[in-house]
Design a protein around this ligand. Structure first.
Ligand SMILES: [Zn+2]
Length: 230
């Protein structure tokens, strides 16, 4: 099973263990602390132990950490959690996936849309990560040429471009040049139109396809939902 199919609380647990030094040492992390911070349940911990991503140890004993103890006493307040090598490498995959989703959520136009090139340049998101996210329904991809740039604290999205017809007379919002028939124009339907040269200059990247956060993907970013916290 791809780790991307894990639920949002389970992503949070693995990412927390992956970045927390104590989870790799003798001390481990308190299970109750993990559950509070990740809005997770004992069942989430037990499921991840069953998958080999984490192990547990009863605080105050000298027993070696094991997965079976998490399954047996997942709700015990003396349970300490440790990551496994499999959990660490999975955390790295989820961290990259989260970075992509979070960047779309925070900086995307319309609540989560950005061209592939921008996501790659600004957040270091690789094509393999995007492919995985699309396969599991966290994002959609719209083919075609899209550009985006930020102004006034917002991300504006343009594309795909169209060719100016005889009635397209609005001059470029930046250089003021009126379009000649057949010239490539970038507009988003609501805002000013731009000539090809100015649009590419503002965007600083080539046109690429568009990545959009889905409803499923939105559930993995931001604060835990009220259902998860109850
Ligand atoms: Zn222009």
């Amino acid at each position: 099973m791809s780790p991307l199919k894990l639920s949002p609380p389970r992503w949070r647990i693995l990412r927390l263990l992956g970045t927390n030094h104590a989870s790799a040492t003798r001390a481990g992390l308190r299970a109750t602390y993990i559950r509070d911070l990740c809005a997770a349940t004992p069942a989430d911990l037990a499921a991840l132990a069953d998958l080999g991503y984490l192990t547990g140890r009863l605080h105050g004993t000298s027993d070696a950490p094991g997965a079976e103890i998490v399954l047996a006493i997942a709700a015990d307040r003396n349970l300490r959690i440790h990551s496994t090598p499999a959990g660490k490498s999975t955390a790295a995959i989820l961290e990259a996936a989260y970075r992509a989703l979070n960047h779309l959520h925070v900086y995307g136009a319309y609540g989560g849309a950005l061209p592939v090139a921008v996501l790659h340049h600004d957040a270091g998101v690789g094509l393999d990560t995007l492919t995985q996210l699309q396969r599991h329904g966290h994002v959609n991809t719209t083919p075609g040429g899209f550009l985006s740039w930020r102004s006034g604290g917002h991300t504006h999205l343009y594309g795909p471009p169209f060719n100016a017809g005889p009635y397209d007379s609005d001059p470029c919002a930046t250089c003021g040049t009126p379009p000649t028939i057949g010239a490539r124009i970038w507009a988003d339907g609501y805002r000013d139109a731009y000539c090809d040269r100015c649009a590419r200059h503002h965007a600083g990247s080539s046109p690429t396809s568009l990545v959009t956060l889905t409803r499923l993907g939105t559930g993995y970013v931001g604060r835990p939902t009220p259902q998860e916290l109850s």
